[in-house]
Design a protein around this ligand. Sequence first.
Ligand code: HEC
Ligand code: HEC
Length: 413
Amino acid sequence: MPIQSIMRGLCLPIAVIAALALPLSVVAQGNPLGLNAEEIRLILRHGPWPAPWTRDVSNRVSGKREAIAFGEQLFFEQRLSATGTVSCASCHMPEKNWADGRKLGTAIGEVDRNTPSVLNVRHQRWFGWDGANDTLWSQSVRPMLDAREMGASERHVAQLVRVDAELACRYRKAFAQAPALDDETLMIDLGKALAAFQETLVTGRTPFDDFRDAVMRNDWKAAASFPQNALRGARLFMGKGNCSLCHFGPDFTNGEFHEIGIPIIKKSGGIDWGRYQGIKMLRASRFNLLGAYNDDKAKSSAQSTRFIDLAPQSFEQFKAPSLRNVALSAPYMHNGHLTTLRDVVRHYSVIDVTLLHQAHVYAGDVYAEAVPTDTVLQPLNLSDQEISDVVAFLESLTERKPGFRRRPLPACR
Ligand code: HEC
Ligand code: HEC
């Protein structure tokens, strides 16, 4: 074959490839915001929002309209508690970003941890700060039984649904059967209805989402309306700050557990062992995905739980929270230790890495100095201006019109 036709054969595809690649290289070198290709790639990874979601196969009523209505009623139902005075919404208040604004959650008594928002909870894989539950429905059962939260029993919540005509009617519509005769089975079903409702709680669009989508469309005019300080903060967050390593993807969390040096002495005394304790509780729970209540009979959903490892690194680790609506979720961290977003960014800026991973003795398990895993955390030594920029970026992750108005549920017949 003459050399020229070989060249022609090669050149055409190369020219086509070059033409296809053009927008990105132009963007990388010449966009008015001066973002490089890596920055653009990282920005795009934090979307799209709302993120796609598939129903929970472990919950047979996930996504079912009647179960969502039943779950909503249960979420606000004070009679589920032993005292008749508190509900899920006592701590997860719709008007407070579905949390409570307190350092530590308080219902019948005070608990050891900060109340997380239940917004976007459908995207989580592990639930609670320590991941002690592997489904939204088992997590939703726990507070009913905890003496400091709602203080009820299986018998109490099951009987309520059996004897109350309205609740029994909603149960029948949701599960297409009469309320189960076994208390535990019925209580788990209430958890599944509560989960179906909470799956519908998703945060709205934020200034960051509009910016991200504008970058995606190469619409630099629209992208330029993102505030300058938030843009500088975004670059720190995704660049030198390494924040997106753990606060990753559309929901700004990798859903996993890390130690970032927040004190672990509990106000009520003793130590909060975080993930280490969570794994022990998860394995011991009859309500985990390996158990009889998983509606996914093939149990493909139980893989992560089956292979979970009780590693010494899990001491003092807590779940990396989502940062959506973070401006509304103060105070921060598993125990509400930090009051403002500025305090949080300052914490990362001056972090003392020698405090991470000290020697541990735990409930008969003795470990020498645990292996540091999160060496990614190094003091960032940010200037005051840089701290303000990261805070401005975090604020841009908060939806424009937060709020939830409850429409009265139509009566059940
Ligand atoms: C005392 C206040 C309080 C009450 C009442 C309460 N919660 Fe919570 N909720 C918390 C706290 C604190 C946590 C964190 C628990 C942990 O890490 O161990 C939490 C965690 C959760 C989570 C996990 C969120 C995540 O991101 O992992 C869900 C879901 C949840 N609660 C749902 C409910 C439901 C449903 C009810 C009612 C049946 C309820 N809660 C009642 C305080 C409360
Ligand atoms: C090694 C993983 C990791 C990195 C890197 C990281 N975080 Fe975190 N972040 C976490 C974990 C884990 C928590 C919860 C810790 C706790 O409660 O003890 C957290 C909590 C937070 C919170 C509190 C959210 C809330 O609702 O309580 C904010 C805000 C935050 N991080 C922002 C940042 C910023 C900004 C950076 C970069 C400067 C960053 N994070 C880097 C893992 C990480």
